[in-house]
Design a protein around this ligand. Structure first.
Ligand code: PMP
Length: 354
């Protein structure tokens, strides 16, 4: 052991889905959108290209154009919006800002696997209530003493949506905690809790540009909540790195938010393909919780999902599988284009016939 090693912080990092360098693959493993961003985003980037001298300056640390566009889109005040480098950055800041008690933070046992990583990184105690057998959340599990709550709605990787009334029940029952609803997948059929942030000062809603706005590569996420929560988040952000979003992201993000027509068209298309994929999976004997996301969490009684995962992977079709004993019998399949799903089914059938 080197003499300085004892002073190194040891962490177990989050493991993201793989991003293979393979042009021919069908990539259904990290819930990206299969369609490009809005043409307005391309136009915004072309405008920046004409004036790259701007890049010598630090970006606007208030991210004003993006914050303004989001506030208009969601009909909230500008001081109710915070933005960061993907919702991962936003949520990491939330853990650091809001989860500062000796009491445990609560999040579901099966959920976004980054939550325990942040909790461990910041030494935040946590407890993980079980899901019910059908993967739904029991709201009663979140009505007890706690140091904060974070729940994705819909949940990941289960894809299960919790009705807004249930979300409100949890928020109302916890006036002494910040309740964070991670809405990474809300645009694919759920109802957002953003309106509730006007009535509950302990609620923070987090969303991302990575899924429904086709901009995972740009890394933009945001949070909406009462001005005191947003101000506290900005104080923490400005104690780590004031200039988070770069100049291009701020303007490209603004352009994306302003193109509502494209946003609605793309998510409608993804939902159509998802519903069609559900039917075809059922025909092949798969079962899955009813998805309100851009992915399906599927299992099959007669086939081993690890073997199917490996077969697909060997055939250049990437889906996601976890070794976690609670979910090892499931595959998480991102909704791609109709052609990509066609290819997926071709390979699934091949596997079943073997
Ligand atoms: N929350 C959930 C539930 C997710 O699945 C993801 C995507 N991995 C994120 C947050 C983070 O997304 P991003 O950082 O790309 O905004």
């Amino acid at each position: 052991m080197k003499p300085w090693e004892k002073n190194i912080r040891k962490v177990e990092p989050y493991i993201a889905g793989e991003q293979p360098d393979n042009k021919n693959m069908i990539k259904l493993n990290t819930n990206e959108c299969p369609y490009p961003p809005s043409e307005k985003v391309t136009e915004a980037i072309r405008e920046i290209e004409k004036n790259t001298a701007m890049l010598r300056l630090y970006p606007d640390k208030t991210m004003a154009p993006l914050i303004r566009a989001l506030a208009r889109f969601y009909n909230v005040e500008e001081d109710m919006v915070f933005a960061g480098v993907g919702s991962d950055d936003v949520i990491a800041n939330c853990f650091l800002t809001f989860f500062n008690s000796d009491k445990p933070v609560l999040f579901p046992e099966i959920t976004y696997s980054f939550y325990p990583v942040w909790a461990d990184l910041y030494n935040i105690p946590y407890e993980t209530p079980h899901l019910k057998e059908d993967f739904t959340i029991d709201t009663d599990d979140y009505i007890r003493e706690n140091g904060g709550i974070i729940i994705p709605n819909p949940n990941a990787p289960t894809s299960v949506y919790m009705e807004l009334g249930e979300v409100e029940k949890i928020v109302r029952a916890n006036p002494a905690s910040v309740v964070i609803i991670d809405e990474a997948y809300i645009d694919f059929g759920g109802e957002s809790a953003i309106e509730l942030t006007k009535r509950y000062d302990n609620l923070l809603v987090v969303q991302t540009f990575s899924k429904s706005r086709s901009m995972a590569g740009m890394r933009i996420g945001y949070a909406i909540g009462c001005r005191e929560l947003i101000s506290a988040l900005n104080d923490v952000k400005n104690s780590i790195n004031s200039y988070t979003l770069n100049y291009v992201s701020i303007l490209a993000g603004e352009a994306a938010v302003k193109d509502k027509e494209y946003f609605d068209r793309i998510r409608k298309k993804v939902i159509e393909t998802r519903e069609n994929t559900k039917k075809r999976l059922s025909e092949l004997g798969f079962t899955y919780p009813d998805s309100k996301t851009n992915f399906i969490f599927a299992t099959h009684k007669a086939y081993d999902m690890t073997a199917l995962f490996n077969y697909l992977r060997d055939n250049n079709v990437f889906v996601r599988h976890w070794d976690n004993p609670l979910i090892k019998d499931y595959l998480r399949i991102t909704i791609g284009t109709d052609e990509e799903m066609e290819k997926l089914f071709e390979k699934i059938k091949e596997f079943m016939e073997k």
